[in-house]
Design a protein around this ligand. Structure first.
Ligand code: DQA
Length: 143
């Protein structure tokens, strides 16, 4: 049983993008760190700048089966994508919402997440460790 680590728009730019907010760690570093911390787990990593591709990935893991859950950093889609929210509701795998930054300590528009209500829980503000905590949360849910 695998875990999908799903990243939305602009997260491919980690390491170069606003390092004062997101740090110097790249997405590849984060993914490698997860593999090293959970060597017994199988991961799938997927990132896209495209909302539709993220929805399709969620439907694909649902249809294929064998996925215990999703660690999702939806980037800015967090704040406005009803399509992503509906896709999360439509699938039967738990989704943990994660953010590198503390979205509640930033601009007003980031304080609202339209996906939190349909996610199993939210982890925000711990940098790359948010992803590790997200994996732990999923493993806890899976028992
Ligand atoms: C983010 C926070 C979002 O507000 C922002 O649009 C991102 C990254 C985070 O990980 O802190 O792209 O999801």
């Amino acid at each position: 049983m695998s875990i999908l680590v799903l990243n939305g728009p602009n997260l491919s730019r980690l390491g170069k993008r606003e390092p004062e907010v997101y740090g110097l760690t790249t997405l590849e570093d984060i993914n490698r760190g997860l593999r090293e911390s959970f060597p017994e787990r199988s991961f799938e990593f997927f990132q896209s700048e495209d909302e539709g591709a993220l929805l399709e990935k969620l439907f694909q893991i649902e249809d294929q089966g064998g996925c215990i859950g999703v660690v999702l950093n939806a980037g800015a889609l967090t704040h406005y994508s009803i399509a992503l929210r509906d896709a999360i509701s439509a699938v039967h795998v738990p989704v943990v919402e994660v953010h590198l930054s503390n979205i509640y300590a930033r601009e007003e528009f980031r304080r609202r997440s339209v996906i939190s209500e349909v996610c199993a829980g939210v982890i925000s503000g711990f940098g790359a460790n948010s992803y590790h905590l997200g994996v732990r949360a999923l493993l806890g849910l899976a028992g």
